[in-house]
Design a protein around this ligand. Structure first.
Ligand code: NI
Length: 203
């Protein structure tokens, strides 16, 4: 099995546990039709407040994106194939939204803050979309936001070189203008499917 195949399989495996949690979260978020919202203490929470640094070096929090839908992906710029593929899908989904695109901010949050400095992010994100934000932070800030989004990531030594790589979940999250979790998209979701789902929330 090639290295890239192995990485894809690892990313998929890492996503399975998160997907199970997210499925339950999505059902809770949509709620029973025609009934009053049920207050549940067992509802899984996905997402939450964050303080990170954008690709211009500016400190940003979730409040900077208030009023915008957020399409969030966790990855890293050195990722050989999984991350670039998903970021291309996100960019295509934004393009497919047409006039509604300005209501959605696509965001990459790095799981490799040691290498993904704001300068590295500034060179990387425009390759996918001029609107893609690239967020990094301290290892603690990244650990915190990854925990909130149920994202798994782990540093792995690459046998074939002195560099390391990162195993990580590969899921695109859709958050509402109020910062609440709305939906998620597993790998292989098409840009049109993502755009249609966003449009269903824009109304
Ligand atoms: Ni990746």
């Amino acid at each position: 099995m090639g290295k890239s195949q192995r990485l894809i399989i690892l990313a998929l495996l890492a996503s399975i546990a998160a997907l199970a949690v997210l499925l339950v979260a999505q059902i809770s978020a949509s709620g029973p039709k025609g009934e009053a919202p049920v207050v549940s203490t067992g509802k899984p929470q996905v997402g939450g407040p964050f303080t990170l640094t954008d690709e211009t070096g500016k400190t940003v929090t979730q409040d900077d994106f208030k009023g915008q839908f957020m399409l969030i992906y966790f990855g890293f710029t050195f990722c050989p194939d999984v991350c670039p593929t998903e970021l291309q899908v996100m960019a295509a989904a934004i393009n497919a939204l047409g006039d509604d695109a300005d209501q959605v901010t696509p965001i990459l949050i790095t799981v490799d803050p040691a290498r993904d400095t704001p300068e590295v992010m500034a060179k990387y994100v425009p390759q996918f979309s001029p609107r893609l934000k690239g967020l990094t932070g301290t290892p603690e800030q990244i650990a915190q936001v990854a925990k909130e989004y149920r994202v798994f990531y782990e540093k792995v030594q690459d046998d074939s070189s002195t560099d390391y790589t990162m195993d990580h979940s590969s899921i695109v999250y859709l958050m509402g203008p109020d910062g609440q979790f709305l939906s998620f998209f597993p790998p292989a979701t098409s840009p049109d499917e993502i755009a249609a789902k966003i449009k269903s929330f824009i109304g």
